[in-house]
Design a protein. Structure first.
Length: 156
């Protein structure tokens, strides 16, 4: 059981765990959607951003690219940059491809793409490659005190 699942069980949150075979080394979210037979709009990826020494979590659908400009605006900062994978692993305690927004090493400010609010539920990483958590978007917002904003851009 991952820290994310343990945390959600401990607080009595309503969620569902999905497991799947994960044998890829990149594009984990798209692989998850394919393996679980889910629409890519419903499967979200967790990305780590940084501003100077501050870390921020961003959650967007796997079929979108993150807008750093929109993310910075939503976080009330001048600019943000993607965090290096090794640094993201150090900050969260999770491996890339399995970074959950829940039960990270530190509580980080979190941005959620507004498209999540149009769905009954979304999938986010469960804290390990091959494990996803299905949760209601408003429950995720409540638990993470997430800021909802238009931070995703459609891939061409």
């Amino acid at each position: 059981m991952t820290p994310a699942i343990r945390y959600l069980k401990h607080i009595g949150s309503e969620f569902k765990v999905h497991t799947y075979e994960c044998n890829v080394n990149d594009d984990f979210g798209k692989h998850c959607a394919q393996q679980l037979g889910m629409d890519e709009e419903k499967v979200f990826k967790t990305l780590l951003l940084q501003h100077e020494k501050h870390a921020i979590t961003a959650i967007i659908p796997v079929n979108m690219r993150l807008s750093l400009k929109a993310s910075a605006r939503a976080a009330h900062l001048k600019q943000l940059a993607m965090m290096l994978p090794t640094e993201a692993e150090r900050v969260t305690g999770y491996k890339v491809g399995g970074i959950s927004p829940f039960a990270q090493k530190r509580i980080l400010p979190t941005l959620l793409d507004e498209s999540a609010l149009y769905l009954d539920s979304i999938l986010v990483s469960g804290g390990k490659r091959g494990i996803s958590i299905e949760i209601k978007p408003l429950e995720l917002v409540r638990l993470l005190n997430a800021t909802v904003s238009d931070i995703g851009e459609k891939r061409l």
